[in-house]
Design a protein around this ligand. Structure first.
Ligand code: ADP
Ligand code: MG
Length: 341
């Protein structure tokens, strides 16, 4: 359906490079007073993250608020630059892309925002909102066909194509998020990064929007990075899941393996706090997460989770690496990752 097709791309061969790869990606922010330069004023929003996403795969990302999920999303789609490390798309470091190649990458990775109320300009009609990406990438759909294409997109996301001239306030929250999704898929991207796409919606409409995302993945062959607070939604949507804590990946693996037998004490605590998942899993008592996550401005030394971890021991004053857990398809950043229970 894309009007532009840059022809055979060796990067998209099956079995070729992952669609997305992050190598040791860090994003620090300097905050507050800039003078004197104070190392404590550096926010470690994302710290040394490695990840890969294969074409057609869905990677779920979970973790408490402030752990760096949105920063990671912005870095992946190029709205923010890493302080260090590399983002590779189809095997190529995106910071080296120029001209048409850069435009092609930007077209292929799109972000769906959390809040459909603040992410849609209230002064723009649906035709303008969904059509805006066509103006930015104006070789994708010829001007004369844009309105028809917007109507097609409306239909694809389950909205009435006749509502093309309406404004955001005329839609419900769920419908607005559908508009946001239509805008996200307008340019036929390969990768959709969804940053808590249903968190701001009524519980009653969340499942519908999640199901829309699942249908679109089948229809359009999309690859997802799916960030969510709701662990149940992540299980439903993801092939693999990654747990973040204070800017670090602390566990990563096949979604069923991780949900049935989490290795990292933080993942265990998150899962034990979700009653519906606890009931489905094994006899797992509720593990209370004491206190708020510490500030990413001054992360604890050693294991970042140790101040809140009930398994913390002397070894934890040295930060563990993210290492495979014996014989399973997952990794955990815990000295006691081989312990069960
Ligand atoms: P999450 O999406 O998991 O809630 P964020 O990525 O939004 O986490 O934020 C991670 C940390 O980085 C937070 O402590 C947040 O305050 C900080 N942060 C995010 N964006 C900026 C910014 N532009 N400037 C300074 N600090 C930021
Ligand atoms: Mg966020």
């Amino acid at each position: 359906m894309t009007a532009t097709d840059i022809g055979a791309d060796p990067g998209t061969r099956p079995g070729a490079a992952p669609l997305l790869e992050l190598r040791d990606v860090t994003r620090h922010y300097r905050t507050g007073r800039r003078f004197p330069i104070d190392s404590r004023a550096t926010v470690h929003a994302v710290d040394g993250v490695d990840l890969t996403v294969a074409p057609g795969e869905s990677l779920g990302v979970v973790g408490e608020s402030g752990c760096g999920k949105s920063t990671l999303a912005r870095v992946i789609v190029g709205l923010d630059r890493p302080t260090a490390g590399q983002v590779l798309f189809e095997g190529r470091d995106v910071s080296t892309l120029r001209g048409d190649e850069r435009r092609e990458w930007r077209r292929n990775v799109q972000l769906i925002f959390q809040d459909p109320y603040s992410s849609l300009d209230p002064r723009m009609s649906v035709a303008e909102l969904i059509g805006e990406p066509f103006a930015v990438h104006d070789d994708v759909v010829p001007r004369a066909k844009r309105r028809a294409r917007v109507q097609e997109l409306l239909e694809l996301v389950g909205l009435d194509p006749d509502h093309v001239d309406r404004y955001p306030h005329e839609f419900s929250g769920g419908q607005r998020q559908r508009i946001g999704i239509a805008r996200g898929i307008a340019l036929n991207p390969k990768l959709l990064v969804c940053d808590e796409p249903v968190s701001a919606l009524d519980v009653s409409v969340r499942a519908q929007v999640v199901n829309l995302l699942l249908d679109l993945q089948d229809e359009l062959g999309l690859t997802y990075v799916f960030i969510a607070h709701d662990l149940q939604i992540v299980r439903h949507l993801s092939d693999r899941v990654l747990t973040m804590y204070l800017g670090r990946v602390v566990e990563e693996g096949d979604v069923d393996t991780v949900y049935e037998a989490p290795s990292h004490p933080y993942t265990k605590a998150l899962l034990s706090a979700a009653p519906e998942l606890r009931a489905a899993g094994m006899r797992r008592e509720r593990i209370l997460l004491v206190g708020d996550p510490p500030s990413p401005i001054d992360p604890p030394s050693g294991c970042r989770f140790r101040p809140r971890c009930r398994r913390a021991a002397e070894a934890c004053s040295t930060e563990p690496e993210l290492l495979p857990v014996g014989g399973t398809a997952r990794m955990s950043r815990c000295h006691f990752r081989e312990e069960t229970g």
